[in-house]
Design a protein around this ligand. Structure first.
Ligand code: NAP
Length: 244
């Protein structure tokens, strides 16, 4: 492998699949895929990709995946996409009012949206710190911006993404000391047609519900254009800065 391999974790996300399809057809098609369900990637197109299925995203299982990646050759990785995110499930919905808040739901959301990506940063940083340039993109959301919050509601999702942003900001300070080759990007894809946004698409203005292919194309350009500057960036699908 050259230093052009891409690692996608949480790869069963619809946006992640669109990214993988673009990358596998690109000049640098080396892909490492991690998900709890790799079925989508068991097709001929991905026969050269390395597929890693994990039972869960707890600390131990993420550590085991990191060990596997280390053996494969982590120094070859120049892009990492961390795609986890939940907004609703059969058992919970985003809160409209304070009375909707549930400790149990909050823990589930924060676990998927914040703890899981943070565990990836914990286990991957030692592998990726090197002389080679590497960009790590963590999917967050504009609603995680504290200064941009004019609408309120969605307490668990919002705060899980705001907490992720604080972790990213803090990690960037540490990386500027110990892994200057790594750039962290908190990424807002915009409202994109995936299972996550499905129940909330009715009021999206015309032209503002993006396809996964569009977001994947935008993101790959943004990643290419972003410089490694020792700071975290919080960017939207146009590559524009979002206030933290
Ligand atoms: N779609 C939108 O409109 C929109 C808008 C703003 C931000 N985002 C963000 O974009 C990212 C990708 O979302 P998507 O729309 O592509 O969603 P999606 O298709 O519903 O994908 C869900 C993702 O979350 C992971 N996941 C699900 N349950 C989990 C759990 N309990 N613990 C850990 N990970 C779990 C999945 O991992 P597996 O691969 O293991 O299944 C997969 O990566 C998310 O961070 C989301 O918040 C999306």
């Amino acid at each position: 492998m050259t230093n052009k391999a891409t690692l996608i974790v949480g790869a069963n996300s619809d946006i992640a699949k669109a990214l993988a399809l673009k990358i596998i057809n690109s000049e640098y098609p080396q892909l490492i895929i991690v998900s709890r369900d790799i079925t989508f990637y068991q097709q001929a197109l991905f026969s050269q990709a390395i597929l890693i299925e994990t039972a869960s995203y707890n600390d131990e299982d993420i550590g085991k995946v990191a060990d596997t990646i280390k053996q494969i050759g982590a120094r070859d990785i120049s892009r990492v996409f961390i795609c986890h995110g939940v907004l609703h499930s059969k058992s919970y919905q985003p809160e409209k009012r304070l009375e909707d808040f549930s400790a149990e739901a909050f823990i589930k959301v924060i676990n998927a949206n914040t703890i899981t990506p943070m565990l990836w940063l914990k286990h991957l940083t030692p592998l990726l710190a090197s002389q080679h340039r590497c960009k790590i993109i963590i999917f967050t959301a504009r609603v995680g911006s504290i200064s941009d919050n004019k609408l309120g509601g969605w307490y668990s999702y919002r705060s899980s993404k705001a907490a992720m942003n604080m972790l990213i900001k803090s990690a960037a300070v540490e990386l500027a000391r110990r892994a200057k080759n790594i750039k962290l990007i908190s990424f807002h894809p915009g409202t994109t047609d995936t299972p996550l946004s499905k129940p909330f698409q009715a009021n999206v203005p015309q032209g503002k519900l993006f396809t996964c292919e569009f977001v994947a194309k935008q993101l790959l350009t943004i990643v290419e254009d972003t410089v490694i500057d020792g700071e975290a960036s919080f960017l939207d699908w146009q590559g524009k800065d979002i206030p933290w």
